[in-house]
Design a binder for this molecule. Structure first.
Ligand SMILES: NC(=O)c1ccc[n+]([C@@H]2O[C@H](COP(=O)([O-])OP(=O)(O)OC[C@H]3O[C@@H](n4cnc5c(N)ncnc54)[C@H](O)[C@@H]3O)[C@@H](O)[C@H]2O)c1
Ligand SMILES: O=C(O)C(=O)C[C@@H](O)[C@H](O)[C@H](O)COP(=O)(O)O
Ligand SMILES: [Zn+2]
Length: 359
């Protein structure tokens, strides 16, 4: 088994990675008085028997949210908290998030506020959640005004990554995970980016040794970044590459057409173009970034996105400072920089880079 340590003082924890870990869940959980499993309809349909088997000797209750980003909202969080009151949860309860990033984000949010904080374990079931969202402690729900507008930093006590659970994912969800994987390569580790490029088909095929290596590498990078700057005061911002435009794309398409990772792939593509237009980005690196995005996602068309709506959504991004929109832009191999641009500047740049390719 692969084991990584994320060093955050009192909030430090282990990330455990191996195929088949769900069966042995109880070896890694912490002897709480009661467990609340939060999962979604798809995961429950596929893994309901395994969950019941894994927890049969423990007191637990299961709360199932409808699958999809639309469930990551405040009302759903309140329903979870009320369910916990109904089930007599106490401060000795532990919440287990068994699902993708949607389940992880909302379950973590509930764990952080129920009775001012209860135990929290991440059991991520999507590639995206295994390489990114289950690690680092960002929790959130969306508001109608935008993505992740309410949330906390609240670390899990452990992360249990069962790579066998990825077998039931659709290709679209695998590509979504590759969005965040490519991000780590671009912002932090050029040799990893080359590895992704050379092994893309094995990654998409979830070849066991390759996918385990990739998950471990991503968790290692995320652990290093988060250990340096847990609260995103400075360094952690590098993980936002592709996310300013990515979150805007998700919001204006009602979180339905693009998965988070697909929107991030498109966002990284456009933000690389933005960086090039601002003459901040090395030309060879620029081409490499566009190539790996196209190789994994296909052509970035965005024919359904209007420039006007994109700018409106960007203007509402929670990272904006003093009326300016914040972008994390690549500059050269494994280096990025934060650039703040006015709405007008972004309008001009988007017109420049996209011409008439979007409305
Ligand atoms: N907290 C963080 O650091 C962080 C990082 C990245 C993304 N996120 C958030 O994560 C969310 C996206 O996560 P996601 O991509 O996992 O989406 P998701 O949770 O919606 O899961 C994607 C789909 O896969 C299904 N699914 C989950 N596991 C499955 C399995 N093993 N087999 C078959 N189907 C399965 C789900 O039911 C869903 O339909 C977004 O809300 C994003 O903002 C958070
Ligand atoms: O962990 C981080 O830090 C990240 O930014 C990871 C991102 O991939 C993730 O999508 C995150 O939820 C974005 O957070 P937000 O702060 O922009 O809401
Ligand atoms: Zn993300």
């Amino acid at each position: 088994m692969e084991r990584l340590y994320i060093d955050l003082g009192e909030a430090s924890y282990f990330i455990n990675i191996k195929g088949g870990l769900l069966k042995n869940l109880t070896d890694y959980i912490n002897g709480a008085d009661q467990y609340i499993i939060i999962t979604d309809t798809n995961v429950d349909n596929i893994y309901s028997y395994e969950i019941a088997e894994a927890l049969k000797d423990n007191l637990y209750h299961k709360y199932i949210i409808p699958s999809g980003e639309a469930s990551k909202n405040y009302n759903e969080a309140m329903k979870i908290l009320s369910f916990m009151i109904e089930k007599n949860s106490t401060r000795k309860t532990t919440i287990i998030a068994l699902g993708g990033g949607v389940v992880g984000d909302i379950a973590g949010f509930c764990a952080s506020i129920f009775m001012r904080g209860v135990g929290f374990i991440q059991v991520p079931t999507t590639l995206l959640a295994q390489v990114d969202s289950s690690v680092g402690g960002k929790t959130a729900v969306n508001l109608p005004m935008g993505k992740n507008l309410i949330g906390t930093f609240y670390q899990p006590s452990t992360v249990i990554i069962d790579t066998e659970l990825l077998r039931s994912l659709s290709r679209k969800e695998i590509i979504s995970g590759i969005g965040e994987i490519v991000k780590y390569g671009v912002v932090y580790d050029y040799s990893f980016l080359k590895f992704i490029k050379e092994n893309l088909s094995q990654i998409i095929a979830l070849e066991p040794l390759t996918i385990t290596y990739v998950i471990k590498k991503c968790c290692q990078i995320k652990a290093e970044v988060v250990s340096r700057d847990e609260r995103e005061l400075r360094f952690r911002k590098i993980l936002n590459y592709g996310h300013t435009i990515g979150h805007a794309i998700e919001a204006i398409t009602d979180y339905k057409k693009y998965t988070h990772g697909e929107a991030v792939l498109c966002g990284m593509y456009l933000e690389a173009m933005l960086s090039m237009e601002l003459e901040l980005l090395d030309k060879c690196y620029y081409q490499e970034i566009l190539n790996i995005i196209q190789d994994s996602y296909g052509e970035v068309k965005l024919s359904d996105i209007s420039r006007e709506k994109l700018i409106e959504a960007l203007a509402k991004d929670k990272k904006n400072v003093g009326g300016k929109i914040s972008f994390i832009l690549p500059t050269t191999y494994a280096k990025v920089t934060e650039v703040l641009l006015s709405k007008k500047e972004v309008e001009g740049l988007l017109l420049q880079i996209l011409g008439r390719s979007i409305k």
